[in-house]
Design a protein around this ligand. Sequence first.
Ligand code: KG4
Ligand code: ZN
Length: 386
Amino acid sequence: MKILSIETSCDETAIAIIDTEGEFPACTFTILANQTLTQIEMHKQYGGVFPMVAKREHARTLVPLLKNVLKEAGLYKVSSRHVLESPLRKEFAHMLEREPELYAQFISEIPNWNPPNIDMIAVTSGPGLEPALWVGINFAKALSLVWKIPVLPINHMEGHMLTPLLETTDGGMRFGNINFPVLGLLVSGGHTELILMKEWGAYELLGETKDDAVGEAFDKVARILGLPYPGGPEIARLALLGTPGKFTLPRPMLHAQNFDFSFSGLKTAVLYLTKDLGTLSDEQKQDIARDFEDACAEVLTHKTRRAAEEYGAETIVVGGGVSANMRLREVLTTTMRETNPEILVSFPGASLSTDNALMIAVAAATRQKHSRQKNVLYRKTTRYFF
Ligand code: KG4
Ligand code: ZN
């Protein structure tokens, strides 16, 4: 089964095509194409993602990106131009009325392509920035109409949750041997959550941030220290040069008896500290970055370990942009190795930590294959991802 996936929830425009074969969960995912266009440079001047710029950029780049992806997958073929009948044209105009540039490109390009041999279109339907999400959703719907292929809405966080469970094979990916329950620590620019996955497709939210997401805190602290967006990799780079323990920032909610988080106070503590210190030397910036990163890694690790113990998790997965953070990887892995060596800790491959479309295709395949095989009505059995 070939799946085309579209991801536009934030500041990456991403499209992938996978071919999945075999019985779930022992199926293989062959990557036919996978491309991501980042808008980081456009958002740098705002110090964060500016939703209307994100929307405009998705609308501008989706059609050319799709063309490149189809070419990469060997599925791009120009047909003799066939004119769209006017009822269909009207429907597209209505569907894409908020994205005039996308509509213009769609109408002039897509009808000239042969409908590709694809069985399903998967699109991120949330969570994310509303204006950005809608561009991808409307694009998917319009493609579905012209190519007569069904669309499956996919939860972005489910993509982040499933990618660390993948192992790479020759030319593709497959799920490793997974022991349930799986505990997911999902850490991104918009989310910080602990999710329990008792079996395929069954998710329970154990705790989440009460204010800022941890990625958001990285981005805000970076701004305070005069570093560009996105702050995560910048803070990590600086922290490598810092000395641990030179500053002692708070570890918010470390000992709270729940699985919730809070990162806004930590960010404010950095703000006050920098105000007290006045002009910062490079060394001070490095030491602040180091303790901030240590504070995040410590709180995330502590809560994850406690949740894993309380819920008897056999596997821990970490997903979302902040899972790229090497300090978090190191602290969580070493802590778990020392305290609970029987629990497997898994992180996504380097390019799958931050937003991408492969994870959306894999989530769609999982949903499709699993619901078919076990005849499970996901809407009834999942409490979280719909
Ligand atoms: O999952 P993601 O790509 O987008 C959202 O769904 O939000 O996550 C983006 C977040 C940003 O806040 C970024 O600063 C953070 O992930 N990030 C990192 C690192 N790389 C990206 N945070 C800490 N360390 C990193 N190496
Ligand atoms: Zn994400």
